[in-house]
Design a protein around this ligand. Structure first.
Ligand SMILES: C[S@@+](CC[C@H](N)C(=O)[O-])C[C@H]1O[C@@H](n2cnc3c(N)ncnc32)[C@H](O)[C@@H]1O
Length: 273
């Protein structure tokens, strides 16, 4: 076994190992829906008992990553020199899955997260790492003014409070000229469970996730900024097994369908510009 890197991540930054566990385990399957050798390499290079903390792997985070990949690819088709900002990127390896050679990528995560990211992923002129909280608006200055921007927040906003989510969305949408913001969100019932201490396994309690929103409330986000010109919401679709049919069934039931996690894409244009 090669020398492995030990993780000292705690609290929310540690959750990047949860998404890594699910994504890499999916990528290692024969019938994988995601191809990501870099993710597998990172997964195998960290000395961490993933199953002990997060349990048996499942494909949700691979499904989520693919939803984001698809939208980023469409954006870069239209704007090959556009900017991608990944908030709370952790050990996500999206830029290795998306083949392009002109875009500018900015990864914004907490200093301890960027530190472990840089053990595996080197920043470059086109792939900038910013060791800051997403809530620290100083990363805004890194975003070029002459290109549209695609901002992602995968597995981040639920760890913030609603006022923080609302304020950062408002500030981003009034600071950048035009583009998209894509994020995932969890329903209130799940947020409430984490606030009481949700045990993922007997050894791991998930960090608190204060921000929840039900699918039928997502449209209200439009009221947060007059620069929002479009909003789409799309729940997860699982590739196989019990999770697939359970989710399909849940999404077919009136009212209950609003209580599923989901992914939101907001289109914006700064009319003040
Ligand atoms: C569930 S992980 C998601 C990682 C990655 N986006 C993925 O999908 O694999 C949550 C990430 O949010 C980061 N994070 C937590 N609070 C943050 C903040 N205030 N600003 C930026 N990143 C933050 C953590 O360090 C971690 O990388």
């Amino acid at each position: 076994m090669k020398n492995q890197i030990k993780s000292s991540l705690k609290e929310v930054p540690e959750t990047m190992l949860w998404t890594l566990h699910n994504r890499a385990s999916e990528a290692m399957r024969k019938d994988a829906i995601i191809k990501d050798d870099k993710c597998v390499e990172i997964y195998q290079s960290i000395d961490y008992d993933y199953e002990k903390s997060f349990g048996k792997a499942e494909p949700s985070h691979a499904v989520r990553s693919l939803m984001f990949d698809e939208e980023i690819k469409a954006f870069l088709n239209e704007f090959p020199e556009g900017t991608i900002v990944n908030l709370g990127e952790g050990l996500e390896t999206q830029r290795y899955r998306i083949k392009e050679d002109k875009a500018f990528w900015i990864s914004v995560d907490l200093p301890e997260a960027i530190e472990i990211r840089e053990q595996f992923i080197e920043p470059s002129q086109r792939h900038f790492h910013s060791p800051l909280s997403a809530l620290d608006r100083s990363w805004f200055d890194l975003v070029p003014e002459d290109q549209p921007v695609f901002i992602t927040a995968q597995g981040l906003f639920m760890y913030l409070h609603e006022e923080e989510v609302k304020a950062i969305i408002q500030d981003m949408l009034s600071s950048f000229k035009e583009g998209y913001l894509m994020f995932d969100a969890i329903p209130h019932w799940l947020s409430n469970k984490t606030m009481k201490g949700l045990k993922k396994t007997k050894d791991y309690i998930t960090p608190k996730m204060p921000w929840g929103i039900n699918r039928n409330e997502v449209n209200q986000i439009k009221k947060w900024s007059s620069n929002i010109t479009g909003l789409e919401e799309k729940p997860y679709e699982f590739p196989r097994g019990t999770q697939r049919w359970m989710f399909k069934t849940l999404l077919a039931i009136p009212i209950l369908k609003y209580y599923a996690p989901t992914v939101v894409k907001v289109k914006f244009k700064n009319i003040e510009e």
